[in-house]
Design a binder for this molecule. Structure first.
Ligand SMILES: C[S@@+](CC[C@H](N)C(=O)[O-])C[C@H]1O[C@@H](n2cnc3c(N)ncnc32)[C@H](O)[C@@H]1O
Length: 221
């Protein structure tokens, strides 16, 4: 077990908001087990999508990731940063400083969405290391039903999750691991696979974390 895992409890009945707020309270961003200094793989897929700079990009479960900083630097102007954890969003806002005014922060639960539910014109749904926490069938259904509600036709979906040979736990929570076929099945035939690759992320504690990165495009509703 890595330090990151042993620091987090996994009680039977878990309040996920509290769990994630706790994770972001205990550690600075760069000490989180999923911290990456550069979101190179995600940025590579975004470049592949050839989005306009004003494209609506929804980063779900953003945490305090550096992706938002990188997208602002690259000139993207229509960013939505979502997370269940207000603590994560506060930490991201604090780091961004004045630039935080350029980002739409949406504290909301992907599995029981309130504010997210109102969206219907998202050009890119970007998820790194979020979907794999949803173990139950109904949670996965809630996730993909929201995705299909908000992503517009010709819009893109990036899902980067633990691969089948990936870690079994993160932040003390069990994971469901995926391959591309499983993701395609969840998305349905209205989404075309554009790109996929494996990437082994080395976490801040030196552990290997095999991920799959996928880019899909929506062809129809
Ligand atoms: C492992 S972290 C990944 C954070 C970020 N995507 C990254 O790559 O650094 C998982 C994130 O998903 C968020 N999360 C977990 N369940 C969620 C839910 N139901 N709705 C929204 N966010 C959620 C957590 O708060 C946490 O920030």
């Amino acid at each position: 077990m890595t330090t990151e895992e042993s620091d987090c409890k996994n009680p039977e009945k878990i309040d996920y908001q509290e769990h994630w707020n706790g994770a972001y309270t205990k550690k600075t961003t760069d000490k989180l087990g999923w911290f990456e200094e550069h979101s190179k793989e995600t940025i590579d897929l975004i470049k592949k999508a050839k989005l306009n700079k004003n494209a609506k990009i929804l980063n779900v479960g953003v945490g305090s990731s550096m992706l938002i900083d990188e997208l602002l630097t690259d000139g993207y102007t229509n960013l939505i940063a979502n997370d269940l954890s207000r603590k994560a969003l506060d930490s991201l806002k604090e780091r961004l400083g004045e630039d935080s005014l350029k980002v739409n922060f949406m504290a909301d639960d992907l599995l029981n969405p309130k504010r997210l539910q109102a969206l219907d014109d998202v050009d890119l749904w970007a998820d790194r290391a979020v979907l794999h926490f949803f173990l139950k069938q109904e949670e996965q259904e809630a996730y993909f039903s929201l995705l299909k509600k908000v992503v517009k036709i010709n819009g893109f979906v990036i899902i980067a999750v633990f691969a089948l040979d990936g870690a079994e736990k993160c932040c003390g929570l069990e994971l469901k691991r995926y391959n591309t076929i499983m993701l395609q099945e969840k998305l349905g035939k209205e989404f075309n696979l554009i790109e996929e690759f494996n990437h082994t992320f080395i976490n801040p504690y030196g552990a290997e974390r095999p991920y799959i990165y996928t880019l899909f495009q929506r062809k129809s509703k």
